[in-house]
Write a protein that binds this ligand. Structure first.
Ligand SMILES: Nc1nc2c(ncn2[C@@H]2O[C@H](COP(=O)(O)OP(=O)(O)O)[C@@H](O)[C@H]2O)c(=O)[nH]1
Ligand SMILES: [Mg+2]
Length: 401
């Protein structure tokens, strides 16, 4: 799973990514030796099941801070997209190629309106951030269109003369873009084009189909960034109704500030929290204290968080529709074979069955799958059980060795 961070130059992408990738693991209650913070690794935040089971966990593939589980997720900074990137403007093609690997995009938008369309500094409030929302979407669709147009005559004719389904041909065409045949079928249905006569599609119909395919295969959530600036707050109030849950007020800079001080042990703050506590006031300069209080009153108390964590969670849990599942080897101690309590949590697509999940841990485990135990209730389940968010599961398999 990969989140692409997109936006025009100076919208705050690097600040967002730097904030998202910093964690105060060193200052947490437990030592984490197994997690190497790789640049580009962010985290989704979930309540750790250790609270519900009333145990102290020893996470191995994730972090637990104050009973909040942070699960690593790959993120990619797709540097400065500008209008007409799809034509190759401003290294556009190379940047768009980075999008191939992304499953979902977070569009960091300068909501303060201090930058023109190319990211040049202008007077605050003089640029409408909604224009960025529109242009970036168009760039992605045009990039997809360009890929298809090159061979469209051939593809559409082949579909008709050789009676090969158009979704099959298009999924070959989009193979490198992480777009599945099922997503293409969904887009065909939704767009209302006639899939049996692609040579008759008008340009508008093709474009509209690709627009819908983009929504399905490369969904975007929007960061109303720099919300700490009054003009940004004004723009957010104006646009929040229209974009609903996909537009989240955000201060990447504030989040970076908080995580930095948390990492140094000066404050207690878990990514995504709605407040923080100052632990070592003597280590804070007067201006830092003021900045922190401003973050508290102007951002956390107004919006509930800085928005960085909320955006990542929204992208992963709501848009990609994944659930979190904890595998254990000992159903009574909740441990792995080394005695680590609740060592791992996996992010898997909703609908994953018990046997499919076994295969995600190890192919042998799927092949020799007998049944599984839902640890919270000690209920026995079969291979076709659909995993639920927060399940703790012990898989019973015939000894594969
Ligand atoms: N006030 C404010 N400034 C921000 C915020 N996020 C980023 N910036 C500033 O915007 C400028 C560009 O940020 P950067 O992350 O380098 O943008 P990028 O070009 O998109 O990677 C820097 O001066 C940041 O400090 C924010 O949330 N609030
Ligand atoms: Mg940058």
């Amino acid at each position: 799973m990969l989140i692409g961070i997109v936006g025009k130059p100076s919208s705050g992408k690097s600040t967002f990514l730097n904030a998202a990738c910093l964690t105060s693991s060193k200052t947490g209650d437990y030592p984490f030796t197994t997690i190497e913070p790789v640049p580009g690794t962010g985290y989704v935040r979930i309540p750790c099941v250790c609270k519900e089971l009333d145990v102290t966990c020893n996470p191995q593939n994730s972090l637990c801070l104050n009973r909040v589980r942070l699960v690593p997720i790959q993120m990619l900074d797709v540097a400065g997209l500008v209008p007409d990137a799809w034509k190759g403007r401003g290294m556009g093609n190379q940047l768009l190629d980075d999008l191939r690997r992304a499953d979902v995009l977070i569009h960091v938008v300068d909501f303060s309106g201090s930058l023109d369309a190319d990211g040049n500094q202008i007077e605050r409030g003089s640029y409408d951030p909604e224009k960025d929302i529109a242009f970036l979407e168009t760039e992605v669709v045009k990039w997809m269109e360009q890929l298809v147009r090159k061979d469209w005559q051939k593809i559409s004719r082949t579909a008709e003369t050789e009676r090969i389904p158009i979704d099959k041909l298009l999924s070959d065409k989009f193979a490198g873009l992480k777009i599945t045949q099922q997503q293409i079928r969904q887009a065909l249905n939704k767009s209302g084009v006639n899939p049996s006569i692609p040579t008759k599609w008008t340009d508008d119909e093709l474009f509209n189909f690709l627009k819908i395919l983009r929504e399905i295969a490369k969904p975007i959530v929007y960061a109303a960034n720099k919300i700490d600036i009054p003009e940004a707050a004004k723009n957010y109030q104006r646009l929040k109704e229209k974009y609903g849950d996909d537009l989240i007020p955000c201060s990447a800079l504030a989040e970076y500030f908080l995580r930095k001080f948390a990492e140094e042990g000066v404050i207690s703050y878990t990514p995504g929290d709605s407040d923080f506590t100052i632990l070592q006031p003597e280590k804070l300069a007067e201006k830092d204290k003021k900045a922190l209080e401003k973050i508290r009153t102007n951002i956390l108390q107004v919006y509930g968080s800085t928005g960085v964590q909320a955006l990542i969670n929204r992208a992963v849990f709501d848009i990609l529709d994944v659930i979190a599942v904890y595998p254990v080897e000992d159903q009574h101690q909740y441990t792995d074979h080394n005695g680590n309590i609740l060592p791992d949590v996996y992010l898997v697509p909703r609908g994953t069955t018990a046997r499919e999940f076994a295969g995600m841990i190890h192919q042998d485990l799927a092949n020799s799958f007998i049944n599984a135990i839902l640890v919270k209730t000690q209920r026995r389940i079969g291979e076709n059980y659909e995993l639920q968010d927060g399940d703790v599961i012990k898989i019973n398999a015939a000894d594969a060795h």
